[in-house]
Design a protein around this ligand. Sequence first.
Ligand SMILES: NC(=O)c1ccc[n+]([C@@H]2O[C@H](COP(=O)([O-])OP(=O)(O)OC[C@H]3O[C@@H](n4cnc5c(N)ncnc54)[C@H](OP(=O)(O)O)[C@@H]3O)[C@@H](O)[C@H]2O)c1
Length: 458
Amino acid sequence: MVSRGPAGAHPTTHTHTLAQPRAVGQAPCVLGQQPISAARLHGKTDSCANSRNDPGRECKGEEELGSDSAPEARLGLFRAKIKLSVFLYRKQEEASQLSPSQQLLVPKGSQEQHLGRNLKDSCSKKMFAAYFDCPGGPENLYMKEVMKPDPGEGEVLVKVSASALNRADLLQRRGKYPPPKGASDILGLEAAGSVAGLGPGCSGRWKIGDAVMALLSGGGQAQFVTVPEGLLMPIPKDMTFIQAAAIPEAWLTAFQLLHFVGKVQEGERVLIHAGASGVGIAAIQLVRLAKAIPIVTAGTQEKLEATANAGAAAGFNYKNEDFSEKVLEFTQGSGVDIILDCVGASYWEKNLNCLSTDGRWIIYGLLSGGCFPKEPASTLACYGPEIRRQYKERLVRAFTEEVLPHFSRGAYPHLQPLVDSIYPLHAIAEAHRAMEENKNIGKIVIEIPVCFKKGPLQ
Ligand SMILES: NC(=O)c1ccc[n+]([C@@H]2O[C@H](COP(=O)([O-])OP(=O)(O)OC[C@H]3O[C@@H](n4cnc5c(N)ncnc54)[C@H](OP(=O)(O)O)[C@@H]3O)[C@@H](O)[C@H]2O)c1
């Protein structure tokens, strides 16, 4: 498994030791593909190598993708799943604690939860959820006792065992990414757990106790969530809830970008920015699965090593080298066929420099801000709620058929989610801080403990 820290460990803070990282220059192990060149260029050790934080980095933040931006003819913009909003990093977060008067869970004795756990608390009408009343920093997050959702027509009630953190959660917490109309205002865009109830009109595909995971419009960081049955996926055999929670958002996004949008072909070269991010690590493996060649950028040597473990053919540290020149060197001057770009403005010229003729440049995030040198293009894909639902169902179906079998033990090529760290729900503020500081390699998972009780945070 491409994993960091001991499987099943339950730290309240992140773990940062790579489990036997493959040395730079070794062949990738995950999918066993051959790099396009014998020389796998995985960056150099540099002054940033020991730190994932870069206090000097001026992060202007993710912004509304539709409101600005736009390129030349060879640029394709993408906005199928989410709207991006302004996101501002704080240089230093205040040391903060959740208020003792808030109702909190106690994670004592909590362990990674395995499939088949019983569902004894399914009968209560209330549940605990990660919540904030006012937009702001992580200190605004707390556990709130709320009404348990009821599954509506064609919906399934899922008892959540684990969720995972996404950049969109940080935006939502700051009031920059309100949930879509009709969606839960509880945080959490993905969840893994067990089916605990079925709404009217369900097709019979799912039964009580089934182990499932799902991409959500919200509500995943709670004890229960309702999901349209067409958006559920079975958890692959032998996989824990923690591992499963690291799949839906990152892997479905990477799959969508590569296949629905980018139409990746065998032998193509794909440049993946933020290669050690949740989406990046998934994209590397999916590029290998498509028999194409993943090339990455990342901000530290440790992150580049993790991308090499995941199968990247080459990786460049964007902080101390010009990635576009390195990419051109690696591809012998021809450039890349696809760029998966979640960075935006600051990479503009360099992306143009190393994109091949007829290449596809897919912008799906704006981590460096949205101030592009050209005026908006009219190529943004916009979907109404119904179309969005059908689109998502099609995506989930395709992913379930084509990709999920590769997560099972013994499958070849074998895919593996990368869990950076596991935080219990009551420590969610800490998890937010870790992501804001760009500390994670792979996914930050939020475990939902079995027992909740009122009282001060321990
Ligand atoms: N459109 C969609 O449907 C969709 C869905 C999911 C995610 N996303 C977007 O995809 C992106 C990645 O999400 P994720 O959850 O996988 O992220 P993540 O795991 O939190 O990793 C993001 C990484 O990006 C790098 N980064 C941050 N600011 C940067 C900057 N200014 N310039 C260059 N690199 C920067 C950092 O790594 P380094 O240390 O290497 O710099 C950071 O750790 C986000 O922009 C997110 O909003 C979009």
